[in-house]
Design a protein. Structure first.
Lengths: 246, 246
DNA sequence: CAGATTTGCTGATCTACCTTAGCCGAACCG
DNA sequence: CGGTTCGGCTAAGGTAGATCAGCAAATCTG
């Protein structure tokens, strides 16, 4: 178990992410900080935080690590419907529903904070800027899902994968996880395939196509994009759906 | 212009839809009824209520007719990311975002009610059951988008179309628009193709396959499904994501 | 450390779905 | 009234991406 001081340093991603939507008041920042430190937990790779059919009763904030929201068909086909990245709030308000319609599992080791419903509602009530930022975060998650529908329905494999990579970079950037042209990229090709609706084989070939075109360097779990504009053009990427204000 | 008495009769779908999530108090019902009657509008087929890039500043309730949320790529490829059906609330809270990331257009003639942000916030504050029902409606919309990701990513054409038809039927039923085994089905095959990520040609063939299998009858804008369970089985359809409580 | 598993990668084959092109009947329109 | 558009439908041919099978390196595990 780490000290509170150490865990505290990991709250930054959440503050940075919410600040992308609204300037947070000092009061809001303090309330959030306090609430998050209350209960910090860890999970290893490949664990489910919550499963389809479970009763949702808490809200989570991701401090580090990557997760996926996913659904599985009876015959095993899996579709990742969203990545959950550091700084993301996870399931704002979902406790209003009586049952989860999807699962949330870790793709890497994860550190996260858990709030019970009363704590979370108290947090929302504590500060207007914070509440609005949380609402925006939730609405932006919605917008991401819409863009994914476009991605899977109307983009070909190369555009599709390029688009996903652009999105991940632009989501990691405001939380400070992009260093120059590179970011840690800790997930497997299988995960990428399940997120893009492609087979693992075809995803692998598409990555190689992107590499051959000089658009990406992806090796040893690090993604480097030297010409992001070129990648965005190849992806028909328009960042408006991320809804960052500043 | 129709009389208020006549328009009033069209509020039913909204009440019925929200009642699927929470039992509405009399007070909430009355407030909603009053707010909706305030400003009832009409639009013909093929009109956009709001476009990508517009500033969202109002909330809408659909009283009759079908609409689509959609996005268009630069080169014209279109993807419908959601159908908006009678009774649906349209863009709860979206005024918190500064810009629309998608468009909403009519697929049929539509009757709808428009509320400015202050009116809507007043409505939300007026009654707890109503507010919760509206939140649930919004969360359920989210869940539908997740299921669509699965649909486009992991289901083959026949399953995909079958799944969409099941969803539409199960969404129309609680608002009273399913009559026995049939419902009005006023949209074109092109619309269905854009919603499923298929080409119009292939969608047409898939419909014929469904007809040949005896799973659906679709003609003259009426959809009849004599054995809904069979269609659901073919679609790997699980209604849990619609989140109806009763 | 050896064995088992996972991950990235490749080749060959197959097929689901796309594209292009065009027909037909119904509705609409000047 | 004849032209035009729209929606449903069909045929032919091409291709993007799936499936199956297998290999090598890295990683995990006992």
């Amino acid at each position: 178990m780490n000290s509170a001081r150490h865990e505290g340093s990991q709250i930054q991603p959440v503050l940075r992410r919410l600040s992308a939507f609204r300037h947070l008041s000092e009061c809001g920042t303090a309330a959030l900080d306090k609430a998050i430190r209350e209960r910090v937990l860890r999970a290893g790779t490949g664990q489910d935080l919550i499963c389809e059919g479970d009763i949702p009763d808490r809200v989570r904030f991701i401090l580090s690590g990557w997760l996926a929201r996913y659904k599985t068909l009876e015959d095993g086909r899996r579709q990742i419907v969203n990545f959950v990245l550091p700084g993301d709030a996870c399931d704002t308000m979902i406790y209003l529903l009586s049952e989860m319609d999807h699962s949330i599992g870790t793709l890497t080791p994860v550190v996260y904070s858990e709030l019970e419903r009363p704590q979370f509602e108290q947090l929302m009530a504590s500060d207007k800027t914070l509440a609005e930022a949380l609402w925006c975060e939730s609405l932006a998650g919605n917008a991401i899902r819409r863009e994914w529908a476009v991605n899977m329905g109307r983009r070909v494999a190369l555009e599709r994968v390029a688009h996903l990579l652009c999105e991940i970079i632009e989501r990691l950037r405001p939380v400070g996880l992009v260093d120059g042209n590179s970011c840690a990229f800790p997930i497997t090709q299988m995960d990428l395939a399940d997120a893009t609706g492609l087979s693992a084989v075809h995803l692998n070939r598409t990555l190689q196509e992107l590499r051959a075109a000089g658009l990406i360097v992806l090796r040893e779990r690090v993604l480097t994009v030297n010409d992001l504009d070129a990648l965005k053009t190849a992806a028909l990427f328009n960042p408006n759906y991320l809804h960052y204000v500043h």
